[in-house]
Design a protein around this ligand. Structure first.
Ligand code: SIN
Length: 280
């Protein structure tokens, strides 16, 4: 049996694990990366603290897990097109990601995950909440599980990142390329996770618009029920950032929500998104 080098401790009953005893600025061997991947599959999101890494090291770390999926809409960090900036300035009142969502679900092949690094954190607040979509699925009744098995849902970038949306208007200079918000994708409502094999509830209030073959009005009551159900505290973990903290989440298995409770302070995060494979 392989010896595990990393110190991995689960954060809550639902999802998340801290990984300690590793400096991500040092070269990592394949077994370190393998252990992280296993932990990501098992816990949905992994956290690191006090990492002092350069943008180049952030990029190199992400590339150990797959190709980088460059975000079309977030302003990039200066000189690093692979790194999306998630930023809120002291004079701004809205944040990026302040609602439940899963990144890139509007793409035909949604992202595997994102690696978010805290560069500048407010003195208090600015947490991110994660929710486990396997737990959410498992807690549904057998009857509803059966109904959802046959359904597919439409996800879109248009109503979020398209020209003139409230989100884009409020974002100021933080988002761009609204004319490129033309993505629509259809995905199963219940996924078999491609790596862990777990069943996942795969709809989110950020990007899912309706069930395939149903009108928006017909879809709304059931989608709202699922959103309310999946946002139950029992399925969540709330992470408090410090400078140098990293959250690496599995985009196929989790939702996240950036809490906007720090008006008057700056929060600057660097996000790298990793490309995924086809969803089952
Ligand atoms: C995001 O939604 O990707 C950003 C999350 C955060 O800033 O906490």
């Amino acid at each position: 049996m392989r010896n595990h080098r990393l110190d991995i401790s689960p954060t809550s009953g639902a999802l998340g694990a801290f990984i300690e005893g590793i400096d991500l600025s040092e070269p990592l061997d394949d077994s370190d990366i393998g252990e992280m991947r296993e932990a990501l599959n098992e816990h949905g999101v992994i956290f690191f603290r006090d990492q002092k890494i350069t943008p180049e090291q952030h990029i190199a770390f992400a590339q150990r897990f797959g190709e980088i999926d460059v975000n079309r809409f977030f302003k990039a960090a200066a000189g690093y097109p692979q790194i999306a900036e998630v930023r809120k300035e002291p004079g701004q009142t809205t944040n990026i990601g302040g609602g439940w969502h899963t990144d890139h679900s509007y793409d035909q092949i949604p992202a595997l995950g994102s690696i978010l690094l805290a560069r500048e954190t407010p003195t208090r607040g600015g947490d991110t909440i994660f929710a486990c979509m396997n737990r959410a699925y498992e807690a549904l009744s057998d009857g509803l599980k059966k109904t959802l098995e046959g359904l597919r849902a439409v996800h879109s970038s248009r109503h979020v990142f398209g020209a003139g949306t409230d989100y884009v208007k409020a974002s100021g200079d933080r988002l761009e390329n609204a004319e490129n918000a033309t993505q629509d994708a259809i995905h199963p409502v219940v996924l078999r996770h491609p790596e862990s094999g777990k069943k996942i509830l795969y709809v989110n209030s950020g990007f899912t618009t309706h069930f395939e073959g149903w009108t928006k009005a017909e879809s709304e009551p059931l989608l709202n029920y699922l959103y309310e159900h999946a946002a139950r505290p029992e399925f969540q973990y709330r992470f408090t950032w410090g400078n140098g903290s990293i959250a690496f989440w599995d985009n196929r298995a989790t939702w996240h929500y950036a809490v906007n409770d720090y008006n008057g302070e700056r929060r600057l995060m660097h996000r790298i998104t990793i490309a995924g494979g086809p969803l089952g």
